[in-house]
Design a protein around this ligand. Sequence first.
Ligand code: AMP
Length: 282
Amino acid sequence: MAPALTIRRDEARRYVLQAKLQDKKVGLVPTMGALHQGHLSLVKASCFDCDYTVVSIFVNPTQFGPGEDYEAYPRDLERDIQQLQDVGVDLVFAPDTGEIYHERHSTTINPPSVAEPLEGVHRPHHFRGVATVVLKLFNIVPADVAFFGQKDFQQTRVIEAMVADLDLPMSIQVCPVIRESDGLALSSRNAYLTDCERTQAVALSQALTTAVKMSRGEQNDAAAICAAMTAQLHQAGIIRIDYVAIVDPVHLRPVEIASPGSMALIAAHVGATRLIDNARLG
Ligand code: AMP
């Protein structure tokens, strides 16, 4: 059955409150659209776990920095809805910018400290925008569970910390990274890659596989693992690297000794496209 579609906050809220009145467990999957199997894996998890699933589609301007790809970001609402139709989604909330940010909107969320390293260094206002829009979505769609992908690992930690710090009455479920058969993590931004860049891009997941293998073997020196990952990226012609890091999974602080549970993370530019990926060690 086709999901209900609304672009209005009050209507979305009404639908969800109605479902809650019927004692339904409500799941929310926040997305920026241009949906792929990674997004759909979260949607399927919600449909499995919850009685009523809401997918939001909103390209949030406040999480893009100056010179980033807000304007170019792929948008195809019709195709997105078509994909959601087959999965069993109940409601698609696809507001425009004015519906989320009224003219005099000025309140923002100061993100938790876990937002500071890694992405926080390279995209200084990103997590303020993310935390603000996600809290707004949580208020519009008062879900019991919200689903996020490990693909954006730091984002999951920011949202989990915000939910804990602000006593939000909901839980966060983190779903595994969905990859192409050669290992490249699915991303809406992969659409920007030329054929040649697409070939290069697989080096990110290969470098993470190297990190996992090294940490499973004799090597637990984080600096040595990072050096091997960086060399692998360089070998593929990926020179502009924002970070290659091994961190603890809670605070995302660099560790000297990699241990089971440590996270390896990469952000790098492949041509004009900035890609991120990560893997858990051990
Ligand atoms: P986005 O539309 O990029 O904001 O992503 C919406 C949600 O989908 C976020 O929670 C992402 O982490 C998740 N997501 C994006 N790519 C993947 C992937 N390859 N595997 C699993 N989840 C993903």
